[in-house]
Design a protein around this ligand. Structure first.
Ligand code: HEM
Length: 189
């Protein structure tokens, strides 16, 4: 257990990080860590309750099915659909010239081959759903944690709430360039 008065931010300060650097980390933990995972869970629970992704609510009480569902959602409609990058050098990509300095919008989810089928979650290699967390040296630090958290929440929810049905099949969705999820997931028994 952490001793009184000790916390992550104090430790960072003691390791010489400036106040703006510590604020930046706090921001990232809240936005990058909390909101992204909450939204992924919302979409997964909505699709599960909707019955549109080939995973049964009852089956999701098993760890393997819950994990497969989360990987499926990551591959098809992750909470962070796009990410921005700037080309570091002149590049040719699939015959297209990308000049140094060009702003690029990367599509991280939703258009992978075979992602339209629920069974694809079992067939996809790690790249298909793993791309939802970016690529390269800045790849998401919390990828494994987010996947685990989301799968545990889905598994525990499915185990605790039997016979649940979707009460609102057309909720409002948050649709931003880099965030998406249903704003509410309403269910009834
Ligand atoms: C479903 C949940 C999540 C998604 C979809 C997600 C997605 C992403 C994406 C796309 C990036 C950019 C990667 C790149 O530039 O190549 C990123 C970066 C990052 N994520 Fe996540 N993330 C999630 C959860 C988390 C969690 C739980 C944490 C921390 C506890 C976290 C911490 C970070 C940090 C610190 C970075 C910046 C890494 C760097 O620039 O070196 N993320 N995330």
């Amino acid at each position: 257990m952490a001793s009184p008065g000790r916390n992550l931010f104090r430790s960072l300060a003691e390791h010489g990080l400036s106040t703006p650097e510590i604020c930046s980390l706090g921001y990232f933990l809240l936005i990058a860590g909390q909101e992204t995972t909450t939204q992924l869970i919302s979409t997964a629970l909505f699709r599960l309750a909707e019955g549109s992704v080939g995973f049964d609510w009852k089956d999701a009480a098993s760890g393997t099915t819950a994990r497969d569902l989360i990987r499926h959602v990551l591959a098809t409609e992750s909470s962070v659909p796009t990410w921005r990058r700037v080309a570091a050098q002149d590049t040719v990509l699939d015959g297209q010239r990308v000049p140094a300095g060009a702003e690029i919008l990367l599509e991280l989810t939703g258009n992978h081959e075979s992602s339209g089928r629920a069974s694809a979650a079992h067939e996809q290699g790690p790249t298909a759903y793993g791309l939802a967390f970016g690529s390269g040296i800045h790849r998401c630090l919390g990828a494994k944690l987010a996947e685990l958290e989301a799968a545990v929440v889905v598994q525990e929810t499915a185990a605790a709430l039997h016979g649940v049905r979707l009460a609102e099949p057309n909720p409002e969705w948050l649709r931003l360039l880099s965030f998406q999820a249903p704003r509410t997931v309403s269910v009834g028994i």
